[in-house]
Design a protein around this ligand. Structure first.
Ligand code: SF4
Length: 227
């Protein structure tokens, strides 16, 4: 497998936010979201066997706990990733998988909690979500929308209602996009959409979603990687 980094930090943007978590970040992505803060994953990394990845997870978190598989787009390495996920589950880890849902998700083990990041228009990657993946969603999964303006918000709101997401998954997350060159202060001035404005829209529409902030960007300098 091609791996950019494996590290331990706090989970930052889901209903698991704030929990200690080992991140396994796979190299490579087939999308190019305008606000992407993970461009360093597009190339490079190092080749590791599933065994080496498993060993590193075990070293960082020997007593089980939460592991997030992320990227890049991890499902581009599905052939090796699925057996790795099965092994981690068998070892007792709870697994999160962050994916855009552009690749088929039918072979992801049912115990894995999928966090599916459906791309909105301002990302430049609208319509990349593979609609058939809605059928793979389990009640413990989460669907996330990263928003940078009113157009994105209306897309997310309408998608949520049209596909009755709140009835299908554990959480629907609306998260303001963060400026990718943000550095220094750790506050919401770096958001491309003011969280207060988003909160007011959500309340006005009574949308069945939860506002999410990227916790790690308020704990560490937003420019810091590997946290
Ligand atoms: S899918 Fe994720 S890693 Fe890929 S370009 Fe979009 S934000 Fe970046």
């Amino acid at each position: 497998m091609q791996i950019t980094e494996i590290y331990k930090s706090l989970q930052g943007e889901s209903t698991h936010a704030g929990l200690p978590c080992v991140f396994v970040r796979l190299t490579g992505c087939n999308l190019r979201c305008s606000w992407c803060d993970s461009e360093y994953t597009f190339q490079g990394g190092r080749k590791m066997t599933s065994e080496e990845v498993w060993d590193e997870v075990k070293r960082l978190s020997p007593n089980g706990g939460l592991v997030e598989i992320t990227g890049g787009e991890p499902m581009l390495q599905e052939r090796e990733l699925v057996p790795l996920m099965q092994r981690l589950l068998e070892t007792g880890y709870r697994l999160l998988l962050e994916t855009s849902g552009e690749r088929p998700l039918e072979h992801v083990p049912g115990e894995v909690i999928k966090i599916v990041d459906v791309k909105c228009p301002n990302s430049g990657e609208a319509n990349t979500f593979h609609t058939e993946n809605l059928e793979t969603l389990n009640p413990h999964d989460e669907v996330k929308f990263v928003l940078s303006g009113r157009t994105d918000y209306e897309f997310a709101r309408d998608f949520t209602l049209r596909h009755r997401l709140a009835e299908r998954v554990n959480a629907v997350l609306f998260s303001p996009a963060f400026r990718k060159d943000a550095t220094g202060t750790r506050d919401s001035s770096h958001c491309l959409l003011d969280p207060q404005e988003l909160a007011e829209w959500m309340l006005a529409d009574d949308v069945p979603a939860r506002l999410g902030l990227q916790l790690h960007k308020y704990i560490w300098d937003p420019a810091v990687k590997g946290v």
